[in-house]
Design a protein around this ligand. Sequence first.
Ligand code: FEO
Length: 405
Amino acid sequence: MHISREIAPQIFWVGGNDRRLALFENMFPLPNGVCYNSYLIIDDKVTLMDTVDSAITRQFIENLLHLLNGRAVDYLVINHMEPDHCAYIEDLIRHFPGIKLVGNAKTFNMIRQFYDFDIETRLHEVKEGDTLCIGRHTLRFIFAPMVHWPEVMVSYEQSTGILFAADAFGTFGALSGGLYADEYDFEGHFLDEARRYYTNIVGRYGAQVQLLFKKLSGTDIKMICPLHGPVWRKDIGYFIEKYDRWSRYEPEKKGVVIAYASMYGNTANAADAVAGRLAEKGVQDMRVYDISKTHPSYIISDAFKYSHLVLAAPTYNAGLYFGMESLLREMAVLNLRGRKTAIIGNGSWAPAAHTEMEKLLGGMKQMELIAPPFVIKSTLKPSQTDELYALADAVAASVLDQAVL
Ligand code: FEO
């Protein structure tokens, strides 16, 4: 059965959901699945905006053939060449041998790298700002390199004000019936997964997202059609503000993420003691994570969300516990910056975790250590209570004194 939805006269959503995939990019857990969006414009020239992942091609072609009603697809606009949106290109050419592939020079190089089919006679290359008139609709192409791949572009349909946004403004999570963000309690249903998607997939490229915003300033955007997640037609400014904040690495909320690693519970004990003290001091919004239990994508997402970060880990092989080292390296690669931090290290004979964590944080931009690193030797002793509470109190004072975000 075909499933599609008209989003504007003669423009249709023709995507689908995958609730079976366990890991996006074989890396990021998908507890709520993921959706792949594709959009069809039926005009003098029938134009398809991107395709879908191989997992849902059966649904996709059913949607497409139903709406085409015997017509062929004239253009495929490839805003993004990552295989979760391009798996169907070769089949599409088989179905519609006259199809033209619309993309930029980088797009075409990537097609050649990923696939072996002949594209050379089918290319319609566009440059920054070029337009393509397909009848009543005209697409304008705006390049968005490194949001989050080099060939990425977005397409603006001038008569409707629709922005086909590639991966920008996407989210993890399959659609639960509704297509539009306003058909959901977005904050309850999608916001955490949208943040986890942005921070982990696009997070490194905040400057490039800001550049795209600059290019789009003055463009009257009435609808945003991303490649993953719901379509935005109302309160677009709400989600743009989130993207703007995330891409400037500014926290959304005052609050503390406490991320700890612990082999036998002793470092966890210190993390819990800090969390309890913070609560006593009036800090209400906290997230405490055992980094060996929670996938790093969730911790990173919350590290982007909150203003403060407390890290606690044991020493391992004269260095830092592997999971914590990996988490901090991921945060650094994703360009997380500007958080206020505190460190707790543990070591039974030669504590090194605290200095390693300090070094890794020092390699990130504008990370401020707001208390001296606290060191445990094997277990936290009552004699260290004052020192530990001094660290917690410094964090609490900083959270509570911080200007409203
Ligand atoms: Fe959804 Fe970058 O692919």
